[in-house]
Design a protein around this ligand. Structure first.
Ligand SMILES: Nc1ncnc2c1ncn2[C@@H]1O[C@H](COP(=O)(O)OP(=O)(O)O)[C@@H](O)[C@H]1O
Ligand SMILES: [Mg+2]
Length: 324
């Protein structure tokens, strides 16, 4: 994968995280998760690539560990588990005023933004949404089959959110999801796997975008829980279902729960999953929403203090208030 290193250096040097699209390096935001900023660079040389910016590293050792984990996670998913991931690569640059920090860019082949799950579900029928969720369940089953059967000291974690999937060959002018559709999984920049119980990536990196004064508290309260949840099949499915509240499609949740429960009595029998209930998904959603609303609120406050009062640079891109 050919990556324009100089341009990334310039991008990082000139970046204003409040208006990432207004800098001298022309970019377009493709999406953002709770933590990262995903964009494409609008020059010929960088065409067709998606960049995920992670401005969270202090040392070269740290970034090397993350790059190794990222490469291995992609390889595991693709070759051992059998989940499609887009072609991938990485590059990193020194950043910050004193060039003491490091920003990593996880690079991927750019996929059609309209083909990402959280877009697709707003353009296809309820029947097709169900087909999509069914296809996602099959992919998730591969991960937990692997965890049950394969290498005993290796455990793979996974984030099955609707926004992490793309429908291959999706045509936004003729939006469809069929049983034959193939999926591709994009969210590999947070590599989740454990060898002999030890996390491949440094778990505190999860918290790096939190205000530093709050990190110890978040670590104490949430870190283990947040990380563990990606290793638990039930939690991952719960999270996927709860996404439909966030996506303002609450009326489809009951039928998705039926679908999931049916799946786990047939194809997914071996997981001995207790039936999911609507109450469970609702209460998870409310709890999860609360965590993120608090977290984003603190981050906004932190940004305000840093940029307006201390006149310093703020490292992170914060999404506008997400409607939930
Ligand atoms: N390869 C890609 N091509 C196009 N859009 C992408 C790509 N990767 C990510 N995105 C967009 O960015 C969003 C966040 O990316 P993701 O990898 O899931 O990171 P995060 O860890 O922040 O959730 C995705 O939901 C999608 O909309
Ligand atoms: Mg994601």
């Amino acid at each position: 994968m050919k990556i324009d290193h100089e341009l990334l250096e310039e991008f990082e040097r000139m970046l204003d995280t409040r208006q990432p699209e207004d800098g001298p390096v022309p970019i377009r935001v493709l999406g953002f998760g709770e933590i990262s900023l995903v964009f494409e660079i609008l020059t010929e040389k960088n065409e067709g690539l998606a960049f995920k910016r992670l401005p969270i590293f202090d040392t070269e050792e740290q970034v090397a560990r993350h790059v190794n984990a990222y490469n291995e996670y992609n390889r595991l998913l693709k070759e051992e588990v059998g989940i499609n991931v887009p072609p991938y690569g990485t590059d990193w640059v020194f950043s910050g005023k004193k060039k003491k920090k490091i920003t990593l860019f996880c690079v991927q082949e750019k996929l059609n933004p309209a083909s990402i799950g959280n877009q697709v579900i707003h353009h296809v029928s309820d029947e097709e949404i169900k087909i999509l969720v069914g296809l996602i369940l099959k992919e998730l089953t591969k991960v937990w089959d692997f965890n049950q059967k394969k290498v005993p000291n290796l455990e793979i974690g996974f984030d099955g959110q609707i926004s992490n999937w793309a429908v291959v060959d999706y045509d936004e002018n003729d939006p469809r999801v069929t049983e034959q559709a193939r999926l591709s999984y994009v969210d590999t920049s947070t590599p989740l796997f454990r060898i002999d119980g030890e996390e491949a990536m440094e778990p505190v990196l999860f918290l790096k975008s939190a205000p530093s004064g709050l990190r110890w508290l978040l670590k104490l309260l949430f870190l283990q829980e947040v990380v563990d949840r990606y290793y638990d099949f039930r939690s991952v499915v719960t999270d996927l279902l709860a996404n439909f509240y966030k996506e303002q499609l609450p009326e489809i949740v009951p039928s998705l729960i039926d679908l999931v429960n049916e799946f786990f009595t047939n194809e997914g029998k071996q997981f001995e999953m207790e039936p999911f209930t609507l109450e469970e998904i609702e209460s998870y959603y409310k709890g999860d929403k609360r965590i993120w609303v608090i977290f984003q609120g603190f981050r906004r406050m932190d940004r305000f203090i840093k940029t307006k009062i201390l006149r310093k640079k703020y490292d992170f891109y914060l999404p506008d208030k997400i409607k939930r």
